[in-house]
Design a protein around this ligand. Sequence first.
Ligand code: CP3
Length: 358
Amino acid sequence: MGGCRAVTTSPSPAAAPASDSALVRAARGLPVPHTPVWFMRQAGRSLPEYRKVREGVGMLESCRRPDLVTEITLQPVRRHGVDAAIFFSDIVVPLAAVGIDLDIVAGVGPVVAEPVRTRADLERLRDLVPEDVPDITESVRMLTAELGATPLIGFAGAPFTLASYLVEGGPSKNHEHTKALMHGDPELWHDLCARLARISGAFLRVQGEAGASALQLFDSWAGFLSRADYEQFVAPHSAAALASVADLGVPRIHFGVGTGELLTLMGEAGADVVGVDYRVSLTDALERTRGRWPLQGNLDPALLFAPWEALERRVVEIVEEGRAAPGHVFNLGHGVLPHTDPDVLTRVVELVHEVSAR
Ligand code: CP3
């Protein structure tokens, strides 16, 4: 097959460029032909074609190979006809690119060889420059050429979520070392997060400059914080990461898990779209944020395992709730679970398009 086949499976008019796609329009609060839909973690283990190309290739290595990144990013677009591709990478890729010794362990997540807990540890964390990740630029360019009218979403981890992996040394249930540092040595904490904000911002910028149509900042673990701690210790750094790509003019999505109490603060950090997980309804999220931002979300990923009738009811409800928002991007409330039946995802895309057609 030719290498330059455009993937234009979305029902948006073929003439509309990715910068005027349903996803970008919804993110800007503009009228759309249908509610755009994509899924966090749509590229990955739920797809047999993903497991096949990943055979014998480590996760971090696969994120640095433009041939694999391109193929894996395109797989869910081809299969499901989603309205956006999410760049296949990981939030720890930029940390590895600046020399942090880490690995992504299957079934566990990112594991850092030497946790970052002291001023001397912080010195090991240098800034990211585009020359550290020429493969990311190349992958984004290849992808945008292949995707045509379908937008590519670039992403990065937010400073708090990255700090948690670095300080804990891996995934954490309680984030106790992270919070101990935050409250025990606020100056070191702020210096660490300021550096992570620059790394995160630089990684977003590389993807935006290479042609991504939207950028998402993942602050997956922000929901473990109180409002006061989020506001004082985290929001300024997420705001810095988001501000560093404001001039690119692409919509910025800000998402976290369990962040029902933080939605307004996350919007105020400089987001164009606020991501909502499944614990708060879109109607409540809209009220909490006073309709200031388009929303993204929020189907419970576990409901993809429920009988179709129950799932269908919930999808339709979410589409209906989303109509009241200034813009709505349909998504899950968190990532696709590994054992999800991919055919169910395809049906959800069809259903969202069908019931939201204007
Ligand atoms: O489809 C997509 O969403 C694009 C790719 C993507 C991955 N990670 C690929 C991946 C994205 C957007 C991420 C972001 C990410 N990575 C986050 C934020 C989103 C979230 O889910 O909260 C976080 C916290 C990480 C850190 C991380 N990396 C975790 C928790 C895991 C899972 C560990 C496991 O195996 O259960 C990873 C590994 C990872 N990242 C996989 C994929 C497809 C699975 C590894 C594999 O397939 O071998």
